[in-house]
Design a protein around this ligand. Structure first.
Ligand code: IPM
Ligand code: MG
Length: 375
């Protein structure tokens, strides 16, 4: 699917990249704008060129087409080398999007694009930034050595995509959702987790509920089989309720957490919260190829949308992840991450991460500061 047209020149490779851009809803357009600014700066410094393809998804698509995802968006996304996304969704109490039936709401668009593009591997890093330690809600004794974990969430199976129904039987309304995995779905995500762990702390914690669920028992069996192919990576199993506890008790014990869709949804919110800086966390959703969809871990934050105060760093770091995972541009990704750390070190903060003695900046100023530090 990927057609990278790059020419080798001198010391580096110059690439011509087609990037899909989903600004989405809420703060999405503002933060994606800053990420694009940073990509453009990288292009200037490292001589890459981009063509951006604007795509509509979620509420933004409902407003134009009446549905949260169109065939056109799927086809256009497939023609891109990677997609950068802002956020999807609005305020469920006030937004007209939530008067529509569930399958027509913004979130259905997000689930639809994940499935259509086969983005089964969702990587959600949760890192404690030294500069933002004050914002971390955990005790100093727990965080003193920092932590850096990666949640590998299965994204196209399980409860999210199983058969579901609401029906009335003998006058009683009953609803069900089903959690299904086959061994192939488990194997491919497990391999991804071990591949990543091999390049990081060499440890996989596979999280399940094998004391209750059949799907978890199969999960455990297949993960153990995959582990034999990676002798240098250690494997442990953990029950999901215990994992939720361990993330607040001792997050440093984790390297890669491998888990199914629903558990991963819940645990990744918890993990991002304990870093104290959800506006800083990026994520990647990948398929079998190098193609990926990159988005901030935080939501669309409709309460602060349009005010120019949102933290663009998660979107900017998502762009860095895109350069690293889809294009193997490690040097460029490093440059972005280094610039982000530098700006934080110099004391610049958006409203969500401000603390005493630091300099408050808005969304665009933060983007500019990061661009200026990329050389
Ligand atoms: C996420 C979100 C989505 C999910 C919602 C918006 C459908 O919570 O990306 O974690 O549950 O996957
Ligand atoms: Mg979630």
């Amino acid at each position: 699917m990927i057609k990278h047209k790059y020419t080798l020149k001198c010391e580096g490779k110059y690439m011509e990249l087609k990037i899909g851009v989903i600004k989405g809803d809420g703060i999405g357009p503002e933060i994606v704008g800053e990420a694009v600014k940073v990509l453009d700066k990288i292009g200037k410094v490292y001589h890459h060129t981009y063509s951006y393809c604007q795509l509509l998804l979620g509420g933004a698509s409902i407003d134009v087409y009446g549905v949260p995802l169109t065939e056109d968006t799927i086809e256009k996304a497939k023609s891109c080398d990677a997609v950068l996304m802002g956020s999807i969704g609005g305020d469920a109490k006030t937004s007209p999007w939530y008067k529509l039936e569930p399958s027509k709401r913004p979130e259905a668009g997000l689930l639809g694009i994940r499935k259509s593009l086969n983005l089964f591997a969702n990587l959600r890093p949760a890192v404690l930034y030294e500069e933002l330690k004050d914002a971390c809600p955990l005790k100093e004794e727990i965080t003193k050595d920092g932590f850096d974990l990666m949640i590998m969430r299965e994204l196209t199976g399980g409860l999210y995509f199983g058969e579901r129904k609401t029906e009335e039987k003998d006058g009683v309304i009953t609803a069900y959702d089903s959690l299904t995995y086959n061994e192939n779905e488990i194997r491919r995500i497990a391999k991804r987790a071990f591949d990543i762990a091999r390049k990081r702390g060499k440890k996989v914690t596979s999280v399940d509920k094998a004391n209750v669920l059949d799907s978890s028992r199969l999960w455990r069996k297949v993960v153990e089989e995959v582990a034999t192919e990676y002798p240098e990576v250690s494997l442990e199993h953990m029950l999901v309720d215990n994992c939720a506890m361990q993330i607040v008790k001792n997050p440093k014990q984790f390297d890669v957490i491998l888990t199914e869709n629903m558990f991963g949804d819940i645990l990744s919110d918890e993990a991002s919260m304990v870093t104290g800086s959800i506006g800083m966390l990026a994520s990647a959703s990948l398929n079998e190829t190098k193609f990926g969809l990159y988005e901030p871990s935080g939501g669309s934050a409709p309460d602060i949308a349009g005010k120019g105060i949102a933290n663009p760093i998660a979107a900017i770091l998502s762009a860095a992840m895109m350069l690293r995972f889809s294009f193997d541009l490690d040097q460029e990704a490093d440059a972005i991450e280094k610039a982000v750390k530098q700006v934080l070190k110099e004391g610049y903060r958006t409203k969500d991460i401000i603390s005493e003695g630091k300099t408050l900046v808005n969304t665009a100023e933060m983007g500019d500061l990061i661009c200026e530090r990329i050389e």
